[in-house]
Design a binder for this molecule. Structure first.
Ligand SMILES: [Zn+2]
Length: 161
């Protein structure tokens, strides 16, 4: 039976791209934030009811796709299982993963995310261009829980840009 792909958090990213790690359609995949109609500030994770800018009384927030590419602001790796309330199955061996903080210039914000599988801290450096791709956080019998991953922009693309 085919499993349903579901976002781990609804409304944080677009559907686009049913292939993990950036196959066909991955270029349409975007994180979704919201922009305040009054002051123009962009938020991710999204806020929908009121502007978080303390100097702004705006309440009209529109959904906006965030930039697909940014630059590495910082990174680390998770070699140990986080304590509760982090949910993980203690029966399953802990898989180390790389966490990346990515600066989006246009939005003037930093967005955290896991690096795509196979990307280690040795592959990253501050200022390196990275792009968002569809990813998978986990799966169970019925559902594949989708998320976003960051991965270095392929060298060919960098030269073209
Ligand atoms: Zn505002």
């Amino acid at each position: 039976m085919a499993r349903t792909r579901r976002p781990v958090v609804p409304g944080w990213f677009t559907g686009g791209g049913d292939t993990d790690g950036g196959g066909p359609g991955a270029e349409n995949f975007r994180l979704l934030g919201t922009r305040c109609g009054a002051c123009g500030a962009v938020f991710f994770p999204r806020v929908d009811s009121f502007c978080r800018n303390p100097g702004c009384a705006g309440t009209e927030l529109m959904e906006v796709p965030l930039s697909r590419r940014g630059t590495v602001w910082s990174y680390t790796d998770g070699r140990y299982r986080p304590p509760p309330p982090y949910v993980s199955d203690p029966e399953v061996p802990w898989q180390p993963y790389t966490l990346v903080a990515v600066e989006l210039a246009a939005e003037r914000m930093v967005v955290l995310g896991q690096a795509a599988p196979g990307v280690t801290v040795a592959d990253l450096r501050v200022g390196m261009p990275v792009e968002v791709v569809p990813g998978v956080l986990g799966e169970d019998a019925e559902t594949v829980w989708t998320t976003w991953w960051w991965r270095p922009v392929p060298q060919d693309d960098r030269r073209r840009a």
